[in-house]
Design a protein. Structure first.
Length: 86
């Protein structure tokens, strides 16, 4: 996938993850969380024997969404329940 597609999928995945995890993020943070979430989600799914790469945009989005939710949950735990992104 091209860099622009990574940014778009990352932004959407980060935004949806922030809605799910009830955090308020800005556009740039959503993109960063989504892209890092994609890497984290790919790694976690790889541990379970799943290979999300090469399976299309929907699989990439779901992988980034799972990873972004994990990343936001970790951030909430580290920050002690304070709002993430403020």
């Amino acid at each position: 996938m091209g860099f622009l597609v990574w940014v778009i999928i990352g932004g959407i995945a980060g935004w949806v993850a922030s809605l799910i995890m009830k955090t308020r993020e800005g556009l740039l943070i959503n993109i960063i969380v989504g892209i890092i979430g994609g890497l984290l989600g790919g790694w976690v799914l790889g541990l379970f024997g799943m290979a999300p790469e090469g399976n299309g945009l929907i699989a990439s989005f779901l992988t980034a969404l799972v990873g972004a939710c994990i990343l936001l949950a970790i951030a909430k735990a580290v920050l002690g329940g304070r709002a993430v992104g403020k």
